[in-house]
Ligand binder design. Structure first.
Ligand code: AMP
Ligand code: TRP
Length: 330
């Protein structure tokens, strides 16, 4: 079975954007691949962040992933900082990473604008990501299209390392992306990508009341000013969400009722809320169950890290030998 690796930052909240856009796919891949899923807390410290909530956000993300169906019996779920070899390999890879290419990464160019003094960790972020993947010699990496440039760099670093230290052998495979089938999920503002930092999300664990409180004021077709104006479903984010949560027949009905002003936006949202609440109910239940059994989550993460450390040490033994380091005992 080919090996899959992917990572998610501990934003604390699994929302319907990252669930539909990524995690549902992670869950599906477990049937076909050996999957390693990592909560990348060391990536999460490359900008300003809140140390007081990092541990909690990490646990909450673990609970979200387990509730969504990441299965610790078949896959590995672990926290990046629990496996120190990620940072060790990242350091070794910085020594062959072309500075110019790091500076050309779109995400770096974007995020570095927000700093007066840019931390070097932000520049090296994609090298740590490459280390995450190469440490397990993973062949497939499910990612959103915002990460394909980082994956291309990972392939480049694999090629370079192989050329320098493995005589051109493919010690590190060049990992291929598995692009997520779902497109960008737009947030409740109807404008930007759904994202915790923008406050336009619905978490997969929210109560039916919370879901309704968020959907009720959500942005629809801005041209539809009154109940009697017909709307254009294609430009309405509520319609887009229907396509993810409602049955085919409902989606068709929504489009007709919107175009003919048969339903007002609030009617349309009620139907969406019902379907969304139903779709998320099992995730919410599982996450409530897990939250009541914190020791079980701790054990899952500890077991995952122990196995990951073992796999990582096999790779690192080869890497340090081929790079010529003196073994501790020889
Ligand atoms: P994040 O939570 O932003 O770290 O993203 C984790 C994963 O979910 C990445 O692969 C993203 O591409 C994906 N993702 C996050 N937000 C969205 C969204 N609004 N729509 C689609 N995919 C998303
Ligand atoms: N950079 C990725 C993101 O922001 C997260 C990530 C870190 C990752 N390491 C990874 C994804 C390795 C895939 C493989 O979404």
């Amino acid at each position: 079975m080919a090996r899959v690796f992917s990572g998610i930052q501990p934003s604390g909240e699994l929302h319907i954007g990252n669930w539909l856009g990524a995690i549902r796919n992670w869950v599906a891949l477990q049937d076909q691949y050996e999957c390693l899923y990592c909560i990348v807390d060391q990536h999460a410290v490359t900008g300003q962040y809140d140390p007081a909530s990092l541990a909690l956000r990490t646990r909450e993300m673990a609970i979200g992933l387990l509730a969504a169906g990441v299965d610790p019996n078949g896959s590995l779920l672990f926290v990046q900082s629990h496996v120190p070899a990620h940072a060790t390999l990242a350091w070794l890879l910085t020594t062959i990473a072309p500075l110019g290419e790091l500076e050309r990464m779109t995400q770096y160019k974007d995020k570095s604008q927000r700093f007066e003094s840019v931390p070097a960790g932000l520049l090296c972020y994609p090298v740590l990501m490459a280390a995450d993947i190469l440490l397990y010699r993973a062949e497939k990496v499910p990612v959103g299209d915002d990460q394909t440039q980082h994956l291309e760099l990972t392939r480049e670093l694999a090629r370079r390392w192989n050329r320098h230290f493995a005589g051109g052998d493919a010690f590190f495979p060049e990992p291929e992306p598995i692009l997520s089938p779902a497109r960008r999920i737009i947030g409740l503002d109807g404008q930007a990508k759904m994202s915790k930092s923008l406050g336009n999300t619905i978490a997969v664990t929210e109560t039916p009341e919370q879901i309704w409180d968020k959907l009720r004021p959500a942005m629809t077709d801005p041209a539809r000013k009154t109940r009697k104006d017909p709307g254009t479903p294609e430009i309405c984010n509520i319609y887009a969400l229907h396509r993810h949560f409602s049955p085919e027949a409902t989606v068709t009905e929504v489009a007709v009722k919107c175009r003919t002003a048969g339903w007002g936006c609030i009617d349309c949202k009620r139907v969406l809320a019902d379907n969304m609440i139903q779709a998320l109910a099992p995730l919410r239940q599982r996450s409530l169950d897990l939250a009541m059994r914190p020791a079980e989550v701790t054990t899952i993460l500890a077991d995952g890290a122990a196995t990951a450390r073992r796999l990582a040490s096999e790779t690192m033994a080869e890497v340090t030998t081929r790079m010529g380091f003196l073994p501790e005992a020889s």
